[in-house]
Design a protein around this ligand. Sequence first.
Ligand code: LLP
Length: 402
Amino acid sequence: MIDFQELAEKYKTPLYVYDFEYMKQQYQMLKSAFKARKSLLAYAVKANSNLSVIQQFASLGGGADCVSIGEVRRALLAGIEPYKIIFSGVGKQDDEITEAISSDILYINAESMAELERIELLARNMNKPCRISVRVNPNIDPKTHPYISTGLSANKFGVDINTAKRMYIFAKNSSYLEPVGIHFHIGSQLTDLEPITEAAIIVADLVRSLHVIDIDIKFFDAGGGLGVVYDQENTISPHDYAQAVLSALKGLDVTVVCEPGRFLTANAGYFVTKVLYEKVNEQKRFIIVDGAMNDLLRPSLYGAFHMVSTVGGKGEKSRADVVGPVCESGDFLAKDCMLPPLKHNQLLVIHSAGAYGFGMGSNYNTRPRSAEVAVQGDVNWLIRRRETFEDLIVLEKDYLRS
Ligand code: LLP
């Protein structure tokens, strides 16, 4: 049990707390689900890019799925071996591509023909061949929130099967491109196995047809997307997920890659905030806390549900909205939540905040971002200090006109 009271006294609030033991268990559970094959779990750094979090997965043997050169640098700094790093993203810039090539990462995941041609040109200029994969968009409805579905042809990600084939042929014909991987990622927070199964079959068939024309794919990358429980969702078990991918691969000699983000970190994380005030407008009860949408954007952006619990607190519960101090009506952490009477300074814990929490935060309303803390068994330690006002103005203050 994490002692949130003690952590809040030691590190102040608002505060992100991550259970490193839980992350390790999730990693090992997924890794062992793939044990029938060679596999690489490339942690999707965007889910929680704190260096110490990445380091935790590095120490377990994990790789990294990165979507900017900044994420690649973070992964390297945190100790992920270059040959376990994948660089994806729909719009890679020249300097990002050249840096990725010189860093000798596992492969660059190309998201369009134009991008592949650019990678070829840059590799040629550097006189250094580049390993690539192609992101295939299998045009499958992942049945998740529209903002986080990516595998339909209406989405900006990847290319259709025919374009993918042309890209592989282009790569094969260039001495500066080495096509080693194939990739798809149909969406995030997936709770239905069928779309993953379908996508894996479509993409595995493409691997077979590439084999016929002498293009040998070594890495079959099924992306991320495994859903987690925020409320009462029926999620996919790691075993069933792995089986869905593995059974599509019969007869193929490939290493399976997957890019879990949320599955590894979401339920390892808690956002701890304290009650400032309580007020009732007409009939509506509001709990005003020191955390806000700039700290945890998911409720405001997606209407996402995050469970709220109280530290202490007895008495009859009633419905309340948990809101922050930011000047937006959309600034809430929870709506219509059953809460007991609360005192000034009492703590609320927002659950499932370890993925897409801190990373999507901002300094809106000139609010310094929270500290981040790791917990493992009985020990806890700071992994990012709280920002100060000085941190927020440091890039501007020298430009004031005298
Ligand atoms: N691989 C690729 C290519 C991705 O685009 C993503 C997530 C992942 C892996 C990791 O997906 P995960 O295993 O975490 O589902 N901000 C949204 C989620 C955006 C996901 C973007 N891509 C949220 O808070 O729900």
